[in-house]
Ligand binder design. Structure first.
Ligand code: SAM
Length: 301
């Protein structure tokens, strides 16, 4: 683990089992982050195996490079998994044995206040995985219509006070632009009635999650990427997705169910063991789904 990066990979044993990692295999880690899952895969693929790791965040990728970059079996690429087919074509890869997605944000990104993902410290309201992408959370909060803001906060944050929060945001930004996480947290706290604010998790948690998903167009990227992953799997190849949000999980479930080329291996999503949740609370919302590429879709097998 490179110094400065801490992210405990989630459900590692289950990921390896569902990917059916084997010596000589070629695997794609679409969200390589700090390289936790990638390192576990590398330990099982022998000298002939290969691993391609993608991340949209150049900072995460440089940590992955520090940890794994000297390994000749590893190719790391700064790219969104929405462009998976292009990345594979660029490397001359037609088929792979397994593709892994570990969605969302890493502990490392959350713990770096200057990235603007956390509501626990005051910092610029950014939230971009890729700092070269054009839209920040501050842009959304200061520019979107009230109704669109409310929709994003409700749908992506599953926040029951979405309408009020959007109204308070619009009122506050008329006085001065909302540029920091601290400003936004104060507005959210004002918007949520006191009794509701005192219950449950941090009052800004849901709104921050919603804005992050919107800023990074996370659902669109996943929707674009899954068919590309399925297309590039060898017959018998595995697709494994760890998701942390019900909309992501639904999208994966529907894709697995509809694709004529995939056989779902998990009827219900797997969740981390109680011990893992206790050890790593950030794992607690994780759901794992896996599918296998079918040999002959017409024959149904
Ligand atoms: C939960 S972390 C992955 C942690 C990793 N499995 C590990 O063991 O360290 C998710 C990572 O996905 C990256 N990410 C999010 N959306 C992405 C996308 N569309 N394409 C590529 N990477 C993405 C984030 O930058 C983050 O580093």
């Amino acid at each position: 683990m490179p110094e400065g990066f801490f992210h405990e990979p989630v459900m590692v044993k289950e990921v390896l089992a569902y990917l059916a990692v084997k010596p000589g295999g070629l695997y794609v880690d679409c969200t390589v982050g700090g390289g936790g899952h990638a390192a576990a895969i590398l330990a099982l693929i022998g000298n002939e195996g290969r691993l391609i790791g993608l991340d949209r965040d150049p900072e995460a990728l440089s940590f992955a490079r520090e940890r794994l970059g000297s390994d000749p079996r590893v190719h790391l690429v700064h790219a969104s998994f929405a462009d998976l087919a292009e990345v594979l074509a660029g490397l001359g890869v037609k088929e792979v044995d397994g593709v892994l997605y570990d969605l969302g944000v890493s502990s490392y990104q959350l713990d770096r206040p200057e990235r603007g993902f956390t509501y626990r410290e005051d910092a610029p309201l950014d939230m971009r995985f890729d700092p070269s992408s054009p839209i920040t959370a501050a842009d959304l909060v200061n520019r979107l219509e009230e109704e669109e803001l409310a929709r994003i906060i409700r749908e992506f944050g599953e926040e029951r006070w979405a309408k009020r929060i959007a109204r308070f945001i619009v009122r506050a930004r008329a006085r001065r632009p909302i540029l920091t996480t601290g400003q936004l947290v104060e507005i959210i706290k004002e918007a949520i009635p006191a009794p509701a604010r005192r219950r449950g998790p941090h009052p800004a948690r849901r709104t921050f999650q919603a804005l992050r998903i919107a800023v990074n167009q996370e659902l669109e990227a996943l929707k674009a990427s899954l068919p590309q992953a399925a297309d590039h799997l060898k017959p018998g190849g595995r697709l494994v997705v760890l998701s942390y949000h019900s909309l992501e999980d639904r999208l994966v479930k529907e894709f697995f169910r509809r694709s004529p080329y995939l056989r779902p291996l998990t009827k219900k999503p797997l969740t981390p063991s109680p011990e893992e949740m206790e050890r790593n609370p950030r794992a607690s919302s994780c759901k794992l789904r896996a599918a296998e590429k079918i040999l002959n879709p017409e024959g149904g097998e």
